[in-house]
Design a protein around this ligand. Structure first.
Ligand code: HEC
Ligand code: HEC
Length: 351
């Protein structure tokens, strides 16, 4: 707490101690929100970096190229960026993803922004690290249906990739370097500059009055119990059953425990205002409805309209700036005899 904040807390304590009646004016003074400052923190400027995969410019570059390269998939149809696109804040606009053969995934692609801070990846928590997650996405029978070895073999034929991998990791592309490079790129996809963070750092005008009321409601109603600061998730698994959401059994797939059926990792709410549709299955289209559903299903409360509007406004204060690097798509190296995605791999649409 900085000096100004502690002075404010002390003066409130003094007023209360002196028995001064404390009524909240229509436009509350910022000091009325001092107790909320105590409960909330801005996200760090950098995620933890594993000792065996330090961040270098070359590794970020390699990871960025692989992120966009559709040659990482079986048919050349998909890449990470195909489903997690910056135009949609690292997420996608459809309910559930479409895979390499046009099949429908059980889940909506949630944002990659700030995934570097999560303690586990995927709604069922099946990947512990970003390195594992990137390889799991490539192997996924829906997302890419490819094999890291196959991708390595294909891309090592491209001189630009072979050279960059040598420079970045001292060897050609293989399972380990592909996972590490993509994970490194994802560690740069963070959004530490958002209105709530600026407000917490002392800029009182960074949030509107309505957003501050929404922040108070978010805490007082108990949303914060699962969506804890600073990532707005405690990354626990919680039961959530909703029509259209049953294609995905949740944590059960990892543990095999009946109690874990239809439990999902609490999603981070950073940038949530920019990433509809909502829930693991993308079945809720807009944020006010999502807030209302959370109130009734998770807290057993029908939130009044004005509170839904306030909380929704607050969630907009979690929208950060997309990193510049994510907004510019690289031109990818060519020259490896690209033609090994034969038509035999793609079901024909001919009549
Ligand atoms: C066909 C679309 C598709 C492709 C391609 C794809 N993803 Fe995903 N991604 C998804 C879906 C759907 C989910 C949610 C799955 C789940 O959690 O059950 C997901 C989840 C994730 C998550 C976890 C987010 C969280 O909050 O837990 C990360 C990180 C991620 N993907 C990164 C990647 C990377 C990196 C690649 C490329 C190697 C990739 N994805 C390729 C659709 C895709
Ligand atoms: C008991 C834990 C818990 C509480 C309390 C809770 N949530 Fe959630 N929240 C979850 C889980 C779990 C999901 C993911 C559900 C899914 O994807 O199927 C979720 C999803 C969301 C989403 C959608 C995120 C996305 O990207 O799809 C929003 C927005 C949200 N919650 C806001 C709130 C608000 C606002 C409150 C308070 C009114 C609240 N939550 C209370 C556990 C909780």
């Amino acid at each position: 707490m900085n000096l100004r904040q502690s002075l404010r807390v002390n003066s409130i304590a003094l007023l209360v101690a002196c028995g001064v009646a404390f009524s909240f004016p229509a436009a509350a003074e910022d000091s009325d929100y001092a107790s909320y400052r105590e409960l909330l923190n801005p996200i760090p400027a950098l995620p933890l970096i594993p000792a065996d995969n330090s961040i270098t410019e070359k590794r970020v570059k390699l990871g960025e190229m692989l992120y966009w390269d559709r040659r990482t998939s079986k048919t050349g149809a998909t890449s990470c960026g195909f489903c997690h696109h910056p135009a949609y804040y690292g997420a996608e606009p459809m309910d559930r993803s479409v895979g390499v053969f046009g099949e429908i995934h059980a889940a909506n692609a949630h944002t990659v922004l700030n995934a570097a801070f999560h303690t586990s990846q995927f709604f069922n928590g099946s990947a512990a690290t970003l390195e594992d997650q990137a390889l799991a996405a490539i192997r996924s029978h829906v997302a890419s249906r490819s094999w890291p070895e196959e991708v390595g073999e294909r891309l090592n034929r491209v001189p630009g990739y072979r050279d960059l991998s040598q420079e970045a990791y001292g060897r050609p592309l293989d399972e380990e370097t592909i996972g590490k490079a993509i994970a490194t790129f994802m560690r740069t996809l963070i959004t530490p500059d958002y209105p709530l963070a600026r407000w917490l750092n002392g800029d009182e005008s960074a949030m509107t009055e309505q957003q501050k009321r929404g922040m108070a409601a978010f805490v007082d109603r108990g949303c914060i119990g699962c969506h804890t600061s600073p990532y707005f998730s405690n990354f626990s698994f919680q039961k959530f059953e909703i029509d259209g959401g049953m294609h995905h059994v949740g944590r059960y797939k990892v543990t095999g425990d009946e109690n874990d059926k239809f439990t999902y990792k609490v999603p981070s709410l950073l940038n949530v205002a920019m990433t509809p549709p909502y829930t693991h299955a993308g079945v809720i289209r807009d944020l006010p409805t999502m807030v209302r559903v959370m109130g009734s299903k998770m807290l057993g409360t029908e939130l009044p309209d004005d509170e839904v509007a306030d909380i929704t406004a607050f969630l907009h204060a979690l929208t950060g700036q997309i990193p510049e690097d994510f907004m510019t798509i690289p031109v990818l190296p060519i020259g490896g005899g690209e033609g090994d995605f034969g038509p035999d791999l793609t079901p024909s649409t001919k009549e």
